[in-house]
Design a protein around this ligand. Structure first.
Ligand SMILES: *Cc1c(COP(=O)(O)O)cnc(C)c1O
Length: 496
């Protein structure tokens, strides 16, 4: 299995190369040349297996340049109870009305990013050995909150690597900020940016494509790489949990084998929902992929009209990990939907860069409409969904998952579709405690940890241990810079 780039379909590199480089030289994203299918027998056989075994099966189809021993080392090192608070790695909670909450936040940072970022360091160090042995890998991350912390936890003190994280000064929750600024480890750096997430992401992309910086670092034997969801090594682990969830629902006799399901994903950068699309392409029976957005509803408009237009107001919402106006992974989706037409991708993404806007052709619009349903909701509707779900089912949603629940409930009442539905739950509610506490009727003023205690008491739920432990940790990182100074921060940290 080799990989092309969305902006150069004739490129052909190994998965190790794609994982080490992150972004292709001409600015495109690496993409598998074909999508491997699992046969019915293969999917059936997954039903009785563990998460580690299911993960191994999926990875062995995509990372064909890894040996069996290497892959087993990666999956076993990442998906175990040292890192996750459950043997199952992810859990499924059944709500009424055929809704299944796929809890992807049982890892060390309590967000779904752990599902990929616990394994990425193993993929990356294995890949580096194959392609650039001896080089120091410097990871750069732009984060809207959860990726940064998950990447820091994944890479902390991993030999041969270092990690620099940039987050928007006012664009993350207090708990997310606390988690990042108290990060331990010798090879880590965290810096706030005076700007929003798109500024952070653009800044990181600019560093990646800057030849001068590349040469400077090369002199010190350092190679830049990415832990953002533009990296293929981030995406492929996300396919696993959709495949695994399907197998689990069959094993639990919640669905019969072959029965179609819907998948709802609270979406920002389009990585998580793209992974669900890949799971469908691999053979998991999926009816609709439902793309849920908050007030930053650029994807809702795009899927419904075919026009992508980022020239709009940017909202800071109670679901900050989805406060994004440029969804990078959409480029991969469109590459597939245009039958790998790199000229069209170059044209559209050139327009996006120049004018902030592009419109896809009729064929792609039609395919988008068949594959997806898209909807969005306001902060008030998000909080109402948390309240309703707690009142009716005693289940506490985080703000991102609540967006997905609200958009799904709208979809169901609009269409009458009764297909059983997996709702990706992307964070534990204690990461966004103010909005969640307010949603269930509390007064969210005061100290973060006071609110946490009140939420525990009110809802009879418990803060996860990794979040509780940030309370007494020392704040290590207080730096905040203008967006044009990001490269200086990186070069300083890497002493280049
Ligand atoms: C990152 C994140 C999202 C958005 O996921 P994408 O893959 O960027 O679409 C949603 N919810 C939470 C809690 C997140 O951390």
């Amino acid at each position: 299995m080799n990989y092309a780039s969305t902006r150069n379909s004739s490129l052909s590199v190994t998965s190790a190369h794609a994982i080490v480089k992150g972004l292709s030289d001409e600015g495109g994203l690496y993409i598998p040349k074909s999508i491997p299918a699992l046969s019915e027998e293969e999917i059936t056989s997954l039903c009785g297996k563990s998460y580690v075994e299911r993960a191994y099966e999926v990875f062995s189809r995509f990372l064909t340049d890894f040996t069996e021993e290497e892959l087993r080392h990666c999956v076993e090192s990442a998906y175990n109870t040292k890192n996750f608070d459950t043997d199952n790695i992810s859990e499924i909670t059944k709500l009424n009305g055929g809704r299944y909450i796929l809890e992807l936040w049982h890892g060390p940072t309590c967000a779904f990013k752990d599902m990929a970022l616990q394994i990425l360091p193993y993929f990356l160090t294995t890949s580096a050995k194959k392609t650039v042995d001896g080089k120091q890998i410097a990871i750069l991350v732009a984060t809207s909150g959860d990726t940064g912390k998950a990447a820091l936890e994944g890479f902390k003190d991993v030999q041969g690597t270092s990690i620099s994280v940039f987050y928007p000064e006012d664009g993350v929750s207090p708990m997310q900020k606390r988690q990042m600024t108290t990060q331990e480890g010798k090879n880590v750096n965290v810096c706030a940016i005076k700007g929003n997430f798109d500024d952070c992401q653009n800044g990181v992309k600019a560093i990646f494509t800057n030849k001068e910086i590349e040469e400077k670092l090369a002199k010190n034997n350092i190679l830049l790489s990415s832990a953002n969801s533009i990296n293929w090594g981030r995406l492929v682990p996300q396919i696993v949990y959709y495949v695994s969830a399907y197998a689990q629902l069959v094993a639990d006799k919640e669905i019969t084998f072959g029965e179609k399901i819907n998948i709802v994903v609270p979406t920002g950068n389009f990585g998580n929902i793209l992974a669900a699309y890949y799971a469908k392409r691999m053979g998991i029976p999926v009816n609709k992929l439902i793309c849920a957005s908050n007030s930053n509803n650029v994807l809702t408009d795009f899927i419904n009209t075919g026009v992508y237009d980022r020239n709009r107001k940017f909202y800071t919402t109670v679901s900050p990990s989805m406060d994004i106006l440029i969804s990078s992974n959409l480029e991969r989706m469109l590459y597939h939907l245009t039958d790998e037409n790199d000229a069209l991708i170059n044209d559209w993404f050139g327009k996006l860069k120049a004018d902030g806007r592009y419109e896809v052709n009729e064929d792609v619009k039609k395919k988008l409409g068949e594959l997806f349903y898209a909807g969005c909701c306001s902060d008030d509707e998000t909080k109402a969904a948390i309240r309703r779900t707690f009142d009716e089912e005693k289940y506490l949603l985080d703000t991102h998952t609540a967006v997905a629940v609200k958009v799904y409930d709208d979809y169901k009442s609009k269409t009458g579709d009764n297909t059983k539905t997996i709702i990706a739950s992307t964070a534990n509610p204690y990461k966004f405690v103010r909005a969640v506490y307010e949603a269930v009727g509390g007064n969210p003023d005061g100290d973060e940890f006071d609110i946490i205690e009140k939420l525990e008491e009110k809802t009879k739920t418990k803060i996860p241990a990794p979040l509780a432990s940030t309370r007494n940790k020392e704040i290590r990182f207080t730096n905040c810079v203008e967006k044009q100074n990001m490269s200086g921060v990186v070069l300083d940290f890497l002493k280049s």
